[in-house]
Design a protein around this ligand. Structure first.
Ligand SMILES: NC(=O)c1ccc[n+]([C@@H]2O[C@H](COP(=O)([O-])OP(=O)(O)OC[C@H]3O[C@@H](n4cnc5c(N)ncnc54)[C@H](O)[C@@H]3O)[C@@H](O)[C@H]2O)c1
Length: 225
């Protein structure tokens, strides 16, 4: 039986790498993204559009919530409220919208895997990234709650918490900022999208069976919890 996966943000970076890796495992991938060329062009923050899109593709066995934005890069007191709200609309409400639309079908079928994309920023709180860090903290807590709610249903919910990975999301960072972030990583290098995709492929499979509501570190040793 071929499994299907909805991958939000599947047109770039970690979502694109995960799409390639899941396809290698024989999963049929459906990429939800704002970007042209996606299988379904949809804004994850738009609940009605998400509901329509999920119904149209008939739900999914696997959901990867990769779509995300960084938002304002400045001290909290300089952050515009609308920019703060947009980060939460995409990163938190978007993750909620997809889970909300997909979980009923997974429960009915008695099998599902949801992998949310958090960040080490959600554990540590990166300076000048208060909105992003707070939104990823919310994704971590949402994952723990939903994992417990679905614990006996056959649906497993986890999150990954990467440190900085070489993707288009980090393309605008200056060499100094990248050096600063690399110095925080005991392995002294940035992560690669394929390394995250490998962990995600495991979390999206039958190979994970006694773990839910858990946050998986992929930070080259940076995380201390
Ligand atoms: N790259 C990193 O260093 C890193 C580290 C930790 C966590 N993450 C998280 O991993 C996820 C993927 O990051 P990435 O580096 O691949 O980013 P990316 O910028 O390369 O890709 C993000 C994708 O999401 C899509 N997207 C953005 N807003 C959307 C919306 N409203 N609706 C639908 N699609 C939307 C974009 O079009 C893009 O294709 C994000 O949630 C990010 O916060 C990334």
């Amino acid at each position: 039986m071929t499994r299907t996966a909805i991958i939000t943000g599947g047109m770039s970076g970690l979502g694109a790498a995960s799409a390639i890796r899941l396809a290698e495992d024989g999963v049929e991938v459906i990429r939800f993204d704002l970007a042209a060329g996606a299988d379904v062009v949809v804004d994850v923050s738009d609940a009605a559009a998400v509901d329509t899109a999920v119904a149209r593709v008939g739900g999914a066995d696997i959901l990867l919530n990769c779509a995300g934005i960084v938002g304002p890069n400045m001290p909290l007191w300089e952050v515009d409220g609308a920019a703060w709200d947009r980060v939460f609309a995409v990163n938190v409400r978007g993750t909620f919208n997809l889970c909300h639309a997909v979980v009923p079908g997974m429960r009915e079928r008695g099998w599902g895997r949801i992998v949310n994309f958090a960040s080490i920023a959600g554990k540590e709180g990166n300076p000048n990234l208060a909105a992003y860090s707070a939104s990823k903290g919310a994704v971590i807590a949402m994952t723990k709650s939903l994992g417990k709610e679905l614990a006996t249903s056959g649906v497993i919910v986890t999150a990954v918490a990467p440190a900085v990975i070489e993707t288009p999301m980090n393309a605008d960072n200056t060499p100094e900022v990248l050096q600063y972030m690399t110095n925080l990583i005991p392995m002294k290098r940035l992560g690669r999208a394929e390394e995250v995709a490998e962990l995600v492929a495991w979390l999206a499979s039958d190979r994970v069976s006694f773990s839910t509501g858990a946050i998986y570190d992929i930070s080259g040793g940076r995380a201390t919890y």
